[in-house]
Design a protein around this ligand. Structure first.
Ligand code: SF4
Length: 215
């Protein structure tokens, strides 16, 4: 384990846990672990409560989370499932994820649901442990991305390019390409798809947002 902190010293703030999910976070039965906190401010954020510290449900250590997951072990082993880390932005808690993955059962699959808007070191830290990536790219156009998230798309595309440069990674990455009402068009989504294909992305999940903007 490369993390310097003792295993019981890092606590991660969670907004919730959702058990017994089937075929929603990759293979098999999964448990979704939702972290508090996100650097983006998406106009149609589906997890708005992840931004307000008053909505932290619990803070846990990796060992405490492992104890909570123990009842799911049989489901994970029987179906080839495991844990999906989402949020919020799970890469804000990369040291916690690293610690959890070191002590979990080796057969549990780990899925990361991320925007990739995070420091490269955070991504590098979890890569040895993550089996499957679900990356919500929003839109590759810097102007659209900034209008929609109030952040820069640059670190996202740089992290994605780096990730895809790793051997065999393309088969483990699904990029979500949303149609975002009032922010992008079919032509924008098509353009993002072409750019991302040129970068090496092979699997896409194109879909439509149906939510209303935050006020
Ligand atoms: S990346 Fe997800 S959690 Fe963060 S603001 Fe956007 S929709 Fe909300």
């Amino acid at each position: 384990m490369s993390s310097q902190e003792p295993i019981d010293e890092i606590e991660a703030p969670l907004i919730g846990i959702d058990r017994h999910r089937m075929d929603t976070d990759g293979q098999g039965v999964t448990t979704l672990v939702g972290f508090h906190g996100c650097p983006l401010r998406c106009r149609y954020c589906l997890n708005n409560h992840c931004h307000d510290p008053r909505n932290v449900w619990r803070c846990v250590t990796a060992r405490q989370l492992l104890q909570w997951m123990a009842p799911d072990n049989l489901y994970f082993l029987a179906t080839g499932g495991g844990i999906a880390f989402g949020g919020g932005e799970p890469l804000l808690h990369s040291r916690f994820i690293e610690q959890f993955c070191v002590i979990k059962a080796p057969q549990w699959r780990i899925t990361l649901e991320t925007s990739l808007h995070a420091p490269r070191e955070a991504l590098e830290r979890v890569v040895p442990h993550v089996d499957h990536y679900c990356i919500d790219i929003k839109d590759s156009n810097p102007v659209i991305y900034h209008r929609y998230t109030q952040c820069s798309v640059e670190p996202v595309l740089e992290n994605l390019q780096w990730l895809l440069s790793l051997n065999g990674m393309a088969s483990r990455v699904v990029v979500r390409l949303p149609h975002i009402p009032h922010y992008n068009t079919q032509a924008d989504v098509d353009r993002s798809r072409r750019i991302l294909q040129d970068m090496g992305v092979r699997q896409f999940d194109e879909f439509h947002y149906l939510t209303t903007p935050r006020q």
